[in-house]
Design a protein around this ligand. Sequence first.
Ligand SMILES: Nc1ncnc2c1ncn2[C@@H]1O[C@H](COP(=O)(O)OP(=O)(O)OP(=O)(O)O)[C@@H](O)[C@H]1O
Ligand SMILES: [Mg+2]
Length: 289
Amino acid sequence: MSTTLSARGATDMSGTSAPSTTQAPAHQTVRVPMVDANLPRLKAKDVSVFYGDKQALYDVSIDVPEKAVTSFIGPSGCGKSTFLRCINRMNDTIESCRVLGDITLDDQNLYDSSLDVVELRARIGMVFQKPNPFPKSIFENVAYGPKIHGLARSKTDLEEIVESSLKKAGLFNEVKDRLHSPGTGLSGGQQQRLCIARAIAVGPEVILMDEPCSALDPIATAIIEELIDELRENYTIVIVTHSMQQAARVSQKTAFFHLGKLIEEGPTEGIFTNPRDKKTQDYITGRIG
Ligand SMILES: Nc1ncnc2c1ncn2[C@@H]1O[C@H](COP(=O)(O)OP(=O)(O)OP(=O)(O)O)[C@@H](O)[C@H]1O
Ligand SMILES: [Mg+2]
């Protein structure tokens, strides 16, 4: 069980002081409350993940604030992608993977056996490290989700969804004259925005992004970062990034993972200017990772 204890003067997310204890728990997550944050609708509690016998995550508990960007940082192999994939049950597709603990959206358990996983992945969309448009036209890439989820009543409806999704992803003006050309013919940065438009088209509440800019040049990265900043007005966003500058630029909340444990989480500014845990400090100053 993870233990939410106040560490080095921090308080837990509820803002209450933790009880004193004489027995140190296996690990303590340093939690600094997000004073102005929107209420969390997405919550993870004591999430542990195993690949076969190998444990990749240990009792991770975190609240993700609504309509804000939360970034997951930490050295390679610390479990960021594993945890991100737990949130929309992408780990279900890995046979050896076992997930324990609870993840809830609006208090609905996302691991409830009666839950429709395809529907869940529309509510919680995902954008991957490498842009992965379908081998279809730009239009069809965005229209595919609304079609399979029955979101458009007519052809005009569908065209409107495609157009507005491309606009929200900041891509429409660049592709409006070639909607029926292959999505794979776009530049890397445009393809990544196409993938964001594809995720947006099915009306998600949460968008998960796993290193969405790592395959992009600095200009395409800046465009995606700007877009993420705009999207947070309407969506809850979780981004995994290896770039501390990116986490500092785009996110309001940051969570630092190390060796499968959530070491510290709180307002981004605090994590970067006043980390409470030595491991966080070592990571952000480049001493580990
Ligand atoms: N499909 C898998 N099968 C077995 N082990 C896996 C699998 N995916 C990840 N792991 C292991 O789980 C641990 C966490 O991996 P994960 O990919 O979540 O790390 P990460 O923090 O995203 O790393 P990176 O920054 O390199 O992407 C690692 O030890 C990794 O080897
Ligand atoms: Mg990863």
